[in-house]
Design a protein around this ligand. Structure first.
Ligand code: SF4
Ligand code: SF4
Length: 217
């Protein structure tokens, strides 16, 4: 059955996927063991059609990208055009930007980079995170810099901590494997609609205290 896998829901914008199928390519689909950056075998690119529509995984059926949901993202963010798929939580505070691996620097181009940095600044003030994904590589975008975390497994968590010192605010980010996180705290802040990321944000450290958990810095 060939039906658009991403149907309009009540409350959504009037936007439609049209010829875009980028989320069926750029995102990891855990239920299908589909890695990020490769076409889903059930997708007909260009037709936004899912061959297993009736039995597609919940993570597909429940998914809409931020461009579909948020009218404040202009036409330049249409994923088929941008080569970027933006996914955000309901507060628009945890944002993932999935980049077409054929154009891995696309997110650094304008108007995208300036907008992404604005999101990062707002996220830093609200214990949120902005992460760029290029296949399984994760880059944390912070107000004053980016931190390339390298290869990122679906079960990994990203921890961001903030320090405040005489030179102002600064941020650190690192990967914590799920098995190093107490069972009761795993996925505590998982945002499933972000598809790949587990988030955590440590509270700001006291002034002048730049020590990070585990001695990493
Ligand atoms: S990336 Fe967004 S616009 Fe493109 S097919 Fe997926 S939900 Fe639709
Ligand atoms: S199962 Fe269907 S909706 Fe899910 S990624 Fe594949 S083509 Fe897209």
């Amino acid at each position: 059955m060939n039906v658009s896998p991403h149907n309009r829901r009540e409350g959504d914008s009037d936007r439609q996927c049209g010829s875009c199928s980028q989320c069926c390519r750029l995102l990891r689909i855990e239920a299908l063991s589909k890695p990020p950056g490769r076409w889903c075998k059930h997708c007909s690119p260009g037709h936004n059609a899912c061959a297993i529509y009736e039995v597609r995984p919940d993570e597909c059926a429940e998914f809409l990208c931020a461009w579909r949901e948020r009218v404040e993202l202009g036409p330049e963010w249409f994923p088929h055009r941008a080569k970027l798929v933006v996914v955000s939580d309901s507060g628009n505070n945890r944002i993932a930007i999935h980049v077409d691996p054929i154009t891995p620097q696309r997110w650094r181009e304008e108007p995208y980079y300036n907008q992404i940095k604005q999101w990062a600044t707002r996220a830093a003030d609200n214990h949120g995170q902005v992460i760029v994904y290029i296949n399984d590589r994760a880059v944390v975008v912070l107000p004053n810099k980016e931190i390339d975390l390298g290869s990122f497994r679906a079960t990994d968590h990203v921890v961001v901590s903030e320090t405040r010192g005489p030179l102002g605010r600064d941020w650190h980010a690192y990967v914590v494997p799920a098995e190093q996180i107490p069972v009761g705290e795993r996925d505590r802040l998982i945002t499933k609609r972000l598809a790949v990321a587990k988030f955590d944000m440590l509270p700001p450290a006291p002034p002048m205290d730049i020590a990070l958990p585990g001695g990493r810095g």
